[in-house]
Every structure is written in structure tokens, then in C-alpha cells.
Write a protein that binds this ligand. Structure first.
Ligand code: FAD
Length: 403
């Protein structure tokens, strides 16, 4: 009889952590991991490579460092579709592979809310390739300014004042002194604009922390356009609603869209019932009607019982879900049916404002400034340790704790 086959799709925080932990279970099962790249990337650090404050090499490590080839097989390929009736997954190059149990952990994609022009003209902070494009775009525009002298080449618009947008602005403003020096540009010619449709910046934090974060970024030259929804992106810039009746336009050489995410498009292409690419999973992380499939991370949706609203998609949740997915996949492989339920334990959230500054709430306490930035580095290093191990953390970790 062939062994039970567990297939894991995605080697991010959720998928790779689950594989690592399943390997320790010593199951009599075949473990297969599929990921489009042969490296794992730290999604939560992508904004740093986008701004050019971190070499992209620093936020990736080879998946083979985690895969134990005696227990698991790694397939580098792109998932195209999940065929639930046949219990197979269609891969771009390898064709179909079968599974007995499936874990989907394919992460997210940018949500453009159907706003015209964003797909064509805006860049996103979603993968190593996409962040390399952002860094190159800003540098190209700055280089062009010398010969063309069009000031809009030096305008950078960031759509979204949530976590990703604010963290990117922190890094970008940290890098700006070096950039203007390299390209010999007067700093006052550079405009960095953050556009947010909602009435508030970083709604998950209390007003004092938000005011601190906004004032730090404003002091570094960021202009906030809050409550001004982007209506269209064009080759030349952005059109936005200035008020209920008036639309205005700002010309810009670079547009970065960081105003929200949706679950991976594979979810909807495979016919799962989903809202914005996220499947509302059972408490034990299985899919209603397909209990042989578990979904974790940004493709899953879990309701916070305290406020009846979905938890926001975070690495923290993906990693906690991985612990529960490991237990439940091991149980399923052994033929056990008493699966355990997922319960989220909020440990805290820290939003970086660049290298030595941040705001956050850790174990219920508000933090800001340098102590918050130290905490952020500890959180980043912890994820490396938990998934990559000690050697990876030693090589890739953030240890510059001095100011
Ligand atoms: P990911 O970790 O993104 O992994 C998905 C994997 O699937 C990737 O390896 C990808 O290459 C692979 N993949 C995707 N599509 C395919 C395909 N079709 N075929 C094969 N492989 C595929 N969360 C926090 O908790 N704290 C933070 O401070 C924080 N900061 C953030 C900062 C930024 C700039 C961003 C972008 C996100 C941040 N988040 C943060 C959110 C967090 O990164 C995500 O919630 C988390 O990465 C989700 O984990 P995941 O396992 O679902 O997906």
C-alpha cells in the first residue's frame, strides 16, 4: 500500500514552518512541499528591499536548508490550480500531482479594488521580483531627472497608510539622504506622498502612537493625503478625490500600491468559496466540505470572536496556525479524527518607521521610538530562528541594536 501523501503549497511563514514541524513528527507519510522559488523570503521585510535599505539577498534563504530530504520532497514549481474532486494539484511545469491531505499556504496578492490603471502603472511590495522593480524604478527616475529636469520624476506616491505603506515610508525616508546625494538632487525637489482613502492612518494603533508615527514621517518630508481615495492611476501619476465633488491629479514618476491584500488568486481559480481570495475555514483550519484540505496564512479567514470581524492577515497568525496545522495533519495521517481548534494569541504588533524608530503594542503595552525598533528586530530574528534555525538567524538576522 502506498504511503499517505501530505502536500504543502507555499514555503512562506505558514507552509515552511508546518513542513519543518511535520518532519519532527516522524510520520509514516510522504511529505511534499511546492513553492515557485527555491528560496523562502521574509515577506515582512520586503519593504526594506523595495526602499533599497536592505540587499534582497539578506531576506531570502534556500528552502533546502529546511527540507530534510530523507523525509520530504521539495518541488520548485508554480501552483496553477487545485482540483478538489480529483485530489490533485496542477503545477505549471510538472503537471498534476496527487494528495491525500493538502495544506494551502500560498500567501497574498495586492488588492487593487478594481481601481483603473493600478495593475498597469503601480508597483507592489509582494515578492522579491516586485521589490527589485521598485528600487530600480526610483533610481531610474532620479537618474533621468539630471537630463530631463522634470520635477515629477522625483515624486513618489505611496497608496495606503496601513502597515506596509508606513513601513515602506520609514525605510524610503531613511534612504533619501543617500539617494539625493548619489544623484545630486536638491532634497526639496523630492516629494513623497502617502494617499489613504480611510479617515485614519494605521487604524489598529491608538491615536497617540499614530500621531507620533505620522509626525516622525512628516519631519522626514512625507506629505499625508488622508481621506483622499485614489480614483485612477495613469502613466503620469494619480487621480484622487479631493472631496465629494472634486477630482485632482498629481503627476509622479513612481506609484507604489500598498493599500491592501487579497488571498492568492489560485484560491478563486480553483473554485473555493472565498471573499477576496480568503476562505473562511473551520476552527480546526479545514475547509468546509473538504476536510482533507487545510488553509492557513493570508489565504485563510478566521473571525475574531471578540469583535466578530476577520483577523487581519499577518505573519504572526500564519505561524500560530502552522502549529495547529502540524498537529491536525499528523492526526489525519494517522487516521485520527479528533482535530484541535485554532485560537489566536495576540503577542503584539510593531510597525517600523525605519532603522531606529517604530511604534507598537507588545504584551498590551504601547511602545514607541528606539525601544520599539529593538523589539521589531527581535521579532524579525525570532521568525528566522523558528523556521530557518540558528545558522540562518546567525547569517541573516538583525543584530544592529545600537543607534
Ligand atoms: P507568505 O509568507 O507570503 O508565503 C507564501 C509563499 O507562497 C511564498 O513563498 C510564495 O513564493 C509562494 N507562492 C505564492 N504563489 C505561489 C504559486 N502560485 N505557486 C507556488 N508558490 C507560490 N505581518 C506581521 O505579523 N507582522 C509584520 O510586521 C508584518 N509586516 C509586513 C510588512 C510587509 C512589507 C508585508 C508585505 C507584509 C507584512 N506582514 C506582517 C504580513 C505578513 O507578511 C503575511 O501575513 C505573511 O507573510 C503571510 O504568511 P503566508 O504563509 O500566508 O504567506
Amino acid at each position: 500500500m502506498s504511503k499517505t501523501k501530505i502536500v504543502i503549497l507555499g514555503a512562506g511563514y505558514g507552509g515552511l514552518k508546518t513542513l519543518k514541524k511535520l518532519q519532527h513528527e516522524n510520520l509514516d507519510a510522504e511529505l511534499v512541499l511546492v513553492n515557485k522559488n527555491d528560496y523562502h523570503h521574509e515577506t515582512t521585510w520586503l519593504h526594506e528591499a523595495a526602499a533599497g535599505t536592505l540587499d534582497p539577498e539578506k531576506l531570502i534563504y534556500p528552502i533546502e536548508k529546511v527540507v530534510d530530504s530523507k523525509k520530504s520532497t521539495f518541488i520548485q514549481d508554480t501552483v496553477v490550480k487545485i482540483n478538489r474532486d480529483e485530489k490533485t494539484v496542477t503545477l505549471q511545469n510538472e503537471g498534476e500531482i496527487s494528495y491525500d491531505y493538502l495544506l494551502i499556504a500560498l500567501g497574498s496578492e495586492a488588492e487593487t479594488f478594481g481601481i483603473p490603471g493600478l495593475k498597469e502603472y503601480a508597483l507592489t511590495i509582494t515578492s522579491i521580483d516586485s521589490v527589485k522593480k521598485i528600487r530600480a524604478r526610483i533610481e531610474e527616475q532620479f537618474a533621468k531627472w539630471k537630463t530631463e529636469q522634470k520635477d515629477e520624476l522625483l515624486t513618489i506616491i505611496v497608496g495606503g497608510a496601513g502597515f506596509t505603506g508606513i513601513e515602506f515610508l520609514g525605510e524610503l525616508t531613511n534612504r533619501m539622504p543617500e539617494l539625493v546625494k548619489t544623484y545630486d538632487i536638491p532634497r526639496e525637489k523630492v516629494r513623497i506622498i502617502c494617499m489613504e482613502a480611510a479617515p485614519k492612518v494605521l487604524p489598529q494603533f491608538d491615536a497617540k502612537l499614530v500621531d507620533y508615527g505620522v509626525s516622525v514621517l512628516e519631519d522626514r518630508g512625507v506629505e499625508f493625503f488622508v481621506g483622499k481615495p485614489v480614483k485612477e492611476a495613469t502613466a503620469d501619476g494619480v487621480k484622487f478625490a479631493d472631496n465629494e465633488t472634486e477630482t485632482k491629479e498629481i503627476k509622479a514618476g513612481t506609484i507604489i500600491w500598498a493599500a491592501g491584500v487579497r488571498g492568492n488568486s489560485v484560491i478563486e481559480e480553483s473554485g473555493f468559496e472565498a471573499g477576496r481570495g480568503r476562505v473562511k475555514v473551520n476552527n480546526n483550519l479545514t475547509v468546509p466540505g473538504n476536510e482533507e484540505i487545510l488553509i492557513i496564512g493570508d489565504c485563510s479567514l478566521i473571525i475574531n470572536p471578540e469583535n466578530e470581524r476577520p483577523y487581519p492577515p499577518t505573519a504572526q497568525i500564519a505561524m500560530q496556525q502552522a502549529d495547529v496545522a502540524t498537529v491536525n495533519l499528523a492526526k489525519l495521517a494517522k487516521g485520527e479524527t479528533d482535530l484541535i481548534n485554532f485560537e489566536y494569541h495576540e503577542k503584539g504588533t510593531v510597525c517600523s518607521l525605519g532603522d531606529n524608530d517604530a511604534i507598537g503594542v507588545v504584551f498590551g503595552k504601547n511602545l514607541k521610538g528606539y525601544p520599539a525598533s529593538v523589539m521589531k528586530k527581535v521579532i524579525d530574528d525570532r521568525a528566522l530562528l523558528q523556521i530557518g534555525g540558528l545558522n540562518i538567524m546567525a547569517k541573516k538576522g538583525k543584530f544592529k541594536f545600537y543607534k
